[in-house]
Design a protein around this ligand. Structure first.
Ligand code: CP
Ligand code: NVA
Length: 307
């Protein structure tokens, strides 16, 4: 079988998502003892900042017996204009997998096309599939399933919103999005997933969260949009998640945020630190979900058995 990439949630099927999250759960509880990345190296290219993605991948690879290389795009020749296609072919001669965080999704697609090793999308302007994989794990921990679950997205129709759309389309749960006018999700991703799942763009945050089991949001200005921050603060007025909005959701609703968060903008301190918030579990689950993903894409499966 050829190499597999993870550029978007729908590079997996629903059974694979469940299987990876089962393995992630066994890793979290400590019943996974293999070292399936022994003598394997993951190259990690970062063109944007990161705390969680960098640390969870580095620690995860190490726990699986492998090693990782942090490659800032400022320091490698990619940042001086070496083509991504050449970078892909060269890195493939040294390492067993490549994780990349960058701006254009097309760069990740080009990297994957030209690499002979698996490529993982660690965030682009369009998608953040590793985060939504961890979010799905967090939803399953809280609610036992994503079947019959209603997820409310409030705020910017950004990379996180687009990956939630792909997850809803793949797994079939209901997703309601409420975004300020002009800040909706990617039109093609919305259209594709509206045909596959009960996905609704609604008029107000109130309509989105009514009875929802998961309320989630993200920053109003993503990495690369720093110059638009002031304008966006105006445009997003009324799209913050506060205690009053959470009270409209299902009584057992959880609050998710991929972090970093801007308290007082897209979420209040009270919600972020409140009893319904699962954001720290969500951040932890990056480690477990990505370890399981790495095993499925790069692992020596003979050494990856559960006890
Ligand atoms: N959520 C997330 O991807 O965090 P980092 O930007 O810190 O990696
Ligand atoms: N939407 C945010 C997510 C950060 C993890 C960004 O792209 O900056």
């Amino acid at each position: 079988m050829g190499k597999r990439d993870f550029l978007a949630i729908n590079d997996l099927d629903d059974t694979e998502v469940s299987g990876i999250l089962d393995m992630a759960a066994s890793m979290k509880e400590g019943s996974f003892i293999g070292k399936p990345l022994r003598e394997k190296t993951l190259a990690m290219i970062f063109a944007k900042s990161s705390t969680r993605t960098r640390v969870s991948f580095e620690v995860g690879v190490s726990q699986l017996g492998g090693q990782s290389l942090f490659l800032s795009s400022r320091d490698i020749q990619l940042g001086r204009g070496e083509p991504i296609q050449d970078t892909a072919r060269v890195l493939s001669r040294y390492v067993h997998g490549i994780m990349i965080r960058t701006f254009a999704q097309d760069d990740v697609v080009q990297l994957a096309r030209n690499a002979t090793v698996p490529v993982i999308n660690g965030l682009t302007d369009l998608l953040h599939p590793c985060q939504v994989l961890a979010d799905l794990m967090t939803v399953r921990e809280a609610h036992g399933t994503w079947e019959g679950i209603v997820v409310a997205w409030v705020g910017d129709g950004n990379n996180m919103a687009n990956s939630w759309l792909n997850a809803a389309g793949l797994l079939g749960f209901e997703l309601r999005l409420s975004c300020p006018e002009g800040f909706g999700p990617d039109a093609a991703i919305l259209d594709f997933n509206t045909k596959r799942a009960p996905v609704h763009v609604v008029d107000s945050p109130h309509e989105a969260v009514k009875g929802a089991h998961v309320v989630t949001t993200d920053v109003w200005a993503s990495m690369g949009q720093e110059d638009e921050a002031a304008h966006r603060r105006e445009a997003f007025r009324g799209f913050g998640v506060d205690e009053a909005l959470m009270a409209q959701a299902h009584p057992k609703a959880i609050f998710l945020h991929c972090l970093p968060a801007h308290r007082g903008e897209e979420v209040t301190e009270g919600v972020l630190e409140g009893s319904q918030s699962r954001v720290w579990d969500e951040a932890e689950n990056r480690l477990h979900a990505q370890k399981a993903l790495l095993v499925s894409l790069m692992g020596d499966h003979r050494d990856g058995d559960h006890d």
